[in-house]
Ligand binder design. Sequence first.
Ligand SMILES: Cc1cc2nc3c(=O)[nH]c(=O)nc-3n(C[C@H](O)[C@H](O)[C@H](O)COP(=O)(O)OP(=O)(O)OC[C@H]3O[C@@H](n4cnc5c(N)ncnc54)[C@H](O)[C@@H]3O)c2cc1C
Length: 421
Amino acid sequence: MVKHQPNSGQKIAVIGGGIIGLSIALKLQLSGEHVTVIDKKGAGEGCSKGNAGHFATEQVFPLATPGLLPQLPKMMLSPSSPVSIRFQDIHKTFFWMFRFLAKARPSATQHATRALTDLNQQAMSSWYQLLDSVGLSHLIVMDGSLLTFESDRLFKAYGETLLALESQGVRYEIWGQKVIRERVPNLAESVKHGVFFPETGHSLNPYRMCLELKSEFERLGGNWCEEEIENIDASYRSVRLSTLKSTFDFDSVVVATGAESATLVKKLTGVKVPLQAERGYHLMVPDLANKLPFPISSADRKFIMTPMSHGLRLAGTVEYAGLDSPANMKRAEMLKSLAKGLLNEQCDVEKSGERWMGNRPSLPDSLPVIDRLSEGKVLLAFGHQHLGLTQAAVTADLIYQLHTKQKTSLDVAPFSLSRFG
Ligand SMILES: Cc1cc2nc3c(=O)[nH]c(=O)nc-3n(C[C@H](O)[C@H](O)[C@H](O)COP(=O)(O)OP(=O)(O)OC[C@H]3O[C@@H](n4cnc5c(N)ncnc54)[C@H](O)[C@@H]3O)c2cc1C
């Protein structure tokens, strides 16, 4: 259970109470620091609230790859495509898209794959270490996940990816139709092939997970403060945070403000981080809570279905848009027809419930920023794109190691802020 470490008693602020900030806050509080989380909303109310709940350690490839380029124009132009740009926001996404496409070179892809593999290989041991220390390991279900294929052509083409996964040490099993029928009887007959990833897991409720982390953090003496931080100034002996009404001084500050991090980082360092809101949606189907044994994603339809305590969560789609642009809930509804084709007639997806949109914090190279600045007074942890839930605890470990000036458990050079200038 709770393992307190020697108290160095530093006063630390973590700005942002999403899954990244909460994991860092809990880790630092457990290590004996006096931590305050500052969030303008409640815990997990940002992107962490409605994600697909998949601890997706098999996802070791960046989003920009040479293989994506020929597919992209067709994807972008179709309104029902899994990837789209909000037309009115083209001017806000143009430069980011340019930098993203520039990362689709083989050398950049290899570099990002190595760095993502490093993070993902430690992701689950970091999660279990953190959760075990506060008796919350039941929050993760390690039952694996299945990637399905309806098209023979697509499955054949995936052979190259399987070789690349093997070279990164990702374990998988190929399932034929018979095994798929036995293990997941509620999938449609059209599913012909499956790749099962045994070392992945899922959350039964990502929002509840955030709330549980918050309450453990508070039980250990951590403070929660609902304020919007307008400015950070590290030029004093301490670090000064300003809201519209007041200022607060801390020994160190961690910036974990997800897709909204660019403004604070620019004010603090002058560096313009190319952080894009890569929006995704979910649709809950409450009656289908027990129909699938583990998360099922579709290579053909490009979405995921995760069994949660309060229903089946259909999630996915990528929509590049401005941070504050209104959600387009048609994209959440789109998930219904995708699921209809993938599930059998025992599963009625018509009675759907909650629809949700969240801003994934995405950088062009698909790597987060995990860094230490101003002699350790400022730590940065944002930009985890599609993998924030998966990588939150390993990020917390790295931030702890950077804070305590220990040798980091993996090479953090690929995550430095300086790659942006
Ligand atoms: C549809 C969808 C499905 C996904 N599925 C998965 C998945 O299956 N597995 C996975 O690993 N990842 C998944 N992700 C990605 C994952 O959800 C994100 O990477 C993760 O939530 C990012 O966490 P965060 O803490 O950085 O950001 P957030 O959760 O957005 O938290 C940032 C917090 O900072 C606060 N904040 C911002 N600015 C300020 C300020 N100035 N002052 C004070 N507070 C501030 C916000 O209020 C917010 O609470 C998915 C995302 C989407 C959209």
